[in-house]
Design a binder for this molecule. Structure first.
Ligand code: HEC
Length: 262
């Protein structure tokens, strides 16, 4: 049998919880003492959702490729047979953003399925199936800045290494180091959990492959950067004065111990 997960050190986790509340929780929502996440204002249907914060790309500084792919006009596509279904403002354009195509195609597929029910669904049932999301054209929330990444609630984060949207940081410990000090390459695919730094062991058992954030000359590989999420709040605190300083080793492990409890 595999070794069980080590017990949480409650004292350490409690200290980490305070640090997290001061430096991280404004972006990564956490449950309150009643188990409730911070919620959005009710939408026009009276429904609330877990509040999620997006951080603009220039502020977070992590690899830009994924966010930019979504909005890069050079990657716009010919809508072909979908043209008639596009929102008005895109109908006359030769090529349209991929994000618009994606929502149009998926929206139509869903709509078709919803209309196939026999007996037909009433409006209330359709809304329920759509998760009570309220479309923009009916006054729902405008899509956020797309050149941004999502700061998700970190529940279950201990089990989901490697970290960041591009899986470029092997452990929680390394994510709390200034980005210049993070490992530039490591093996992914291991299944042995490193319960101290929290991530998977970078072993080379034949089923793993090497992740590189830079090429042999040391130049960044587009899409693979492990930079960003570094500096004030991310890897630094102003705990005892107005001076910003890197987290101490002790504080890093306190934050990690707390994140294990999420
Ligand atoms: C200003 C907002 C902001 C603050 C403050 C912040 N984060 Fe984040 N965090 C983000 C965003 C945005 C991402 C996603 C970035 C990406 O994937 O490129 C992220 C990603 C992460 C991830 C990886 C999530 C995953 O699924 O791989 C962890 C872990 C994390 N943050 C922990 C922390 C901790 C711990 C702190 C405080 C010490 C903190 N963050 C402070 C915005 C923030």
């Amino acid at each position: 049998m595999e070794a069980p997960l080590p017990e949480i050190n409650e004292t350490k986790a409690a200290k980490g919880k305070v640090l997290f509340a001061q430096n991280c929780a404004m972006c990564h929502g956490v449950r309150d003492e009643n188990g409730k996440f911070p919620m959005t204002e009710p939408n026009p249907l009276g429904k609330q959702f877990i509040e999620i914060h997006m951080t603009a790309l220039d502020k977070i500084g992590t690899d830009p490729l994924m966010a930019m792919n979504f909005v890069n006009p050079a990657l716009n596509v010919d809508p072909g047979a979908m043209r008639n279904y596009l929102p008005e403002e895109f109908k006359d354009q030769d090529k349209v953003p991929r994000g618009v195509m994606l929502t149009t195609v998926v929206g139509k597929v869903v709509e078709k399925q919803l209309n196939n029910f026999n007996p037909p669904l009433d409006d209330k049932q359709k809304l329920e199936l759509a998760g009570y999301h309220f479309p923009v054209e009916k006054g729902g929330p405008k899509p956020p800045n797309l050149v941004a990444y999502k700061a998700r609630p970190l529940n279950g984060i201990w089990a989901t290494a490697p970290y960041l949207h591009n899986g470029s940081v092997p452990t929680l410990y390394q994510l709390l180091l200034p980005d210049t000090e993070r490992e530039k390459s490591f093996h992914v695919g291991g299944t042995t959990l490193n319960t101290e730094q929290v991530g998977f062991e970078s072993n080379q058992d034949g089923n793993s492959f090497l992740f590189n954030s830079v090429d042999k000359q040391g130049n960044p590989i587009p899409g693979n950067s492990n930079a960003g999420h570094s500096g004030k709040y991310y890897t630094q605190t102003q705990a005892e004065s107005n001076e910003w300083r890197d987290y101490t080793e002790e504080e890093r492990y306190q934050l990690i111990e707390y994140m294990k409890t999420l």
